[in-house]
Design a protein around this ligand. Structure first.
Ligand code: AVI
Length: 323
């Protein structure tokens, strides 16, 4: 039996409610600016494509974040201190999680929190197998909603919330603020947040990262339409759309678009969706911050930025925020 399927850790399941995909998708496609929620990218194929994105030469984010975690692990470990409970929100890359665990002194527990139950259990069992002395306490929950934290065998001296990957960038500022508030609640008084935040930079570097030469990001974007065709009986003709990613300077975000190549009608779950030639669906926003902008957002949510590490080229940051 592969270690990923061996159930070695017990799940705390809060049965998170997932809004009906049909309603959510149709709501977005009825807006004047047609929009699709980015979290629907991550079906099995989408998750595989995202893994390939993280290895692309143009996608600097993952490499820069890993370099920061490798280079500053000792300092991160010293700041966090011993017997911390690591609470990871969302499906982070296990490689980054391992780097974090390796840099901490006798962590009290690892608590991955994830809405996708299967993905959660694979990651939790894999960490449990590789770190037999670490208590792994997976929680299936929507982390923006309140949930109870487990009590590890070793009493934690601090809660460390971990939110890597610049996932915060995929939320609009009001949502990012709400998320930070939720993270403060989870960190509790005296706790901290270690968060990956992508930084603003020149347009060419940003647009290259989301328009890679091999077209993997385009496939990732198109996979959303493939999923809608499969799961909502949609009739998207993939040849009638094209992928585009642009830096929207005014809004401080990369936008991924699916651009209709002609006037057309598409059926989605039995509803007609009309497109003009050149009209686009906004399928993802990826906000980038200056250090000052992120510190202001963190402060609004009640966090203080204690330490910021960047890679040598200052492309990406890992930030340590205290509560
Ligand atoms: C997951 N998230 C931080 C990625 C990003 O860069 O916004 C998703 C992604 N979209 C296209 N490429 C990567």
């Amino acid at each position: 039996m592969s270690r990923s399927t061996a159930a070695v850790v017990a799940l705390r399941d809060y049965h998170p409610q997932q809004e009906s995909m049909r309603d959510t998708i149709l709501e977005g496609l009825r807006l004047p600016q047609k929009t699709l929620p980015a979290f629907y990218f991550y079906d099995e194929r989408g998750s595989q494509l995202f893994d390939r994105i993280t290895e692309l030469p143009e996608y600097y984010l993952t490499r820069a974040e890993l370099a920061i975690m490798r280079e500053h692990g000792a300092e991160i470990g010293a700041l966090v201190g011993e017997h911390a409970s690591i609470i990871e929100l969302g499906s982070g890359s296990s490689l980054k999680t391992r780097l974090l665990i390796d840099s901490l002194r006798e962590p009290a527990a690892y608590v991955p929190v994830e809405i996708a139950r299967d993905q959660l259990m694979v990651a939790a069992n894999s960490i449990a197998a590789d770190y037999p002395n670490l208590e792994v306490l997976p929680i299936c929950a929507d982390f923006s909603e309140p949930f109870d934290l487990p009590h590890p065998r070793i009493a934690p001296l601090r809660n460390l919330v971990y939110f890597p990957g610049s996932t915060i960038g995929n939320f609009h500022s009001d949502e990012a603020y709400d998320l930070l508030l939720a993270m403060r609640r989870i960190a509790r008084k005296g706790g901290a947040l270690l968060i990956g935040v992508d930084l603003k930079k020149d347009r060419a570097t940003l647009e290259r990262a989301y328009n890679d030469a091999q077209g993997v990001t385009a496939q990732f974007n198109f996979n959303m339409l493939v999923r809608l065709n499969r799961e909502l009986d949609a009739t998207f003709d993939l040849n009638a759309f094209r992928h585009r990613a642009i830096w929207n300077e005014a809004r401080g975000r990369i936008e991924m678009h699916l651009v209709s190549q002609r006037a057309q009608t598409v059926l989605v779950a039995g509803e007609r969706v009309e497109f003009r030639a050149g009209e686009y669906i906004l399928s993802e926003c990826s906000y980038k911050y200056t250090r000052t902008q992120f510190a202001a957002l963190a402060a609004e949510a009640g966090f203080e930025v204690e330490r910021v590490w960047t890679d040598a080229a200052s492309l990406f940051s890992v930030q340590y925020l205290t509560n």
